[in-house]
Design a protein around this ligand. Structure first.
Ligand code: AMP
Ligand code: MG
Length: 347
């Protein structure tokens, strides 16, 4: 049985008043877990330094990893940010509400604990109806990282949150499964050129269609050198990681499948595959599919749940294919590379 109270809200049929008590908890400095279209978030009043600090304690999150501040709409953007470039408004109007986070220069009233001591702040307007209603009820900007213990895969269902945070927050809102399944796209507009810091549901191609030139931060696809600092501090941590070591293979589809079949015969092997391959690994200890091979959005949706299932099954090693770089696949690839500690075999 859980310790933290859980409020169940049907995202397809609810009244905004159902979120009033949760909004009050946030306003009064408490911690509330809530569903978004990306992953579950762990929210606190972003303008209350003590409340924001409690997020780091609940998650066990390093204090130099800043938080994303969530707003219901653009009306109070200038309360958080200054020197807002026109490009930011174009980007928000193209992709918000939605899985997009924009880094902008911050106003002094945003506490250092929220910005990780940086001169910038990350802002997002979520599209999930329950998140939007909660933000309106809270009537304060809400700082919210993913609602997992630091280092664990992000939660895409309340059951995942309960595994990690039961008893560590004031209220959890259960709004069913998250649609996108991966954290938001993070893009910085605080410098001269837009920079993609973390790929997500809004693809690089979509960003370029609005912004023109967008640089991709090194940390998106490469292991950082010792001491190298990524622009998004969170990208330096080994994240999204299941307990067993994960190895990824890059090669032709036939070669990768043969490699998976060979490894599936090892004792305690976990195989991460696609629906079309499911029947090929009768000897594996545990098999998880990301969905049909051609359905990139399904892969994003299924990924974190699959990684947690390997933990639950207690496998000794996990094997999977390295995704491509187009569209949302770049985000799936980034999360898998981080989960694998960049351990890639080239066939
Ligand atoms: P999470 O909310 O746990 O999904 O992580 C938020 C991500 O956004 C992390 O990778 C942070 O490092 C990044 N982030 C948040 N605020 C900033 C900022 N002001 N500048 C750069 N990156 C940021
Ligand atoms: Mg996170």
């Amino acid at each position: 049985m859980g310790i933290t109270p859980v409020l169940r809200v049907n995202p397809d049929d609810f009244a905004q008043e159902e979120l009033a008590p949760a909004g009050r908890i946030l306003r009064e400095g408490g911690l509330v877990v809530f569903p978004t279209e990306t992953v579950y978030g762990l929210g606190a009043n972003a303008l209350d330094e003590t409340a924001a600090r409690a997020i780091y304690t609940a998650k066990g999150r390093p204090s130099d990893n800043p938080l994303i501040v969530h707003l219901p709409d653009l009306s109070r953007l200038d309360m958080l940010c200054r020197d807002i470039p026109k490009q930011a408004l174009s980007l928000f109007s193209a992709f918000s509400p939605g899985p997009l986070t924009v880094i902008l220069k911050k106003q002094p009233q945003v506490p250092d604990v929220v910005s990780g001591g940086l001169d910038t702040v990350a802002v997002r307007i979520p599209s999930h109806p329950v998140a939007a209603a909660l933000l309106r009820e809270a009537a304060v900007p809400v700082a919210a990282p993913s609602a997992n213990r630091s280092g664990r895969p992000s939660p895409t269902r309340l059951a995942h949150v309960l595994e990690d945070l039961d008893g560590r927050v004031d209220l959890m809102i259960d709004g069913g499964e998250c649609g996108v399944g991966l954290e938001s796209t993070v893009v910085s507009l605080a410098g001269d050129i837009p920079v993609l810091l973390r790929p997500g549901g809004i693809s690089l191609e979509m960003l370029r269609s609005v912004l023109g030139e967008v640089r991709v931060d090194d940390a998106v696809s490469h292991r950082l050198a010792e001491g190298q600092r990524p622009m998004a501090p969170g990208m330096k941590y080994r994240h999204y990681a299941p307990a067993a070591p994960l190895t990824l293979a890059q090669g032709t589809p036939a070669d990768v499948t043969a490699w998976l079949v060979a490894h599936s015969k090892e004792p305690g092997a976990g195989i991460l595959c696609f629906d079309e391959q499911r029947g090929l690994f009768p000897d594996a200890a545990h098999v998880e599919s990301l969905g049909p091979q051609a359905d990139d959005a399904a892969h994003a949706h299924a990924l974190f749940d699959a990684l947690r299932s390997f933990d639950a099954a207690g496998v000794r090693a996990i094997y999977g294919a390295l995704p491509g770089e187009q569209g949302i696949s770049l985000a799936v690839r980034n999360r898998l590379l981080k989960a694998a500690g960049h351990h890639v075999v080239h066939l």
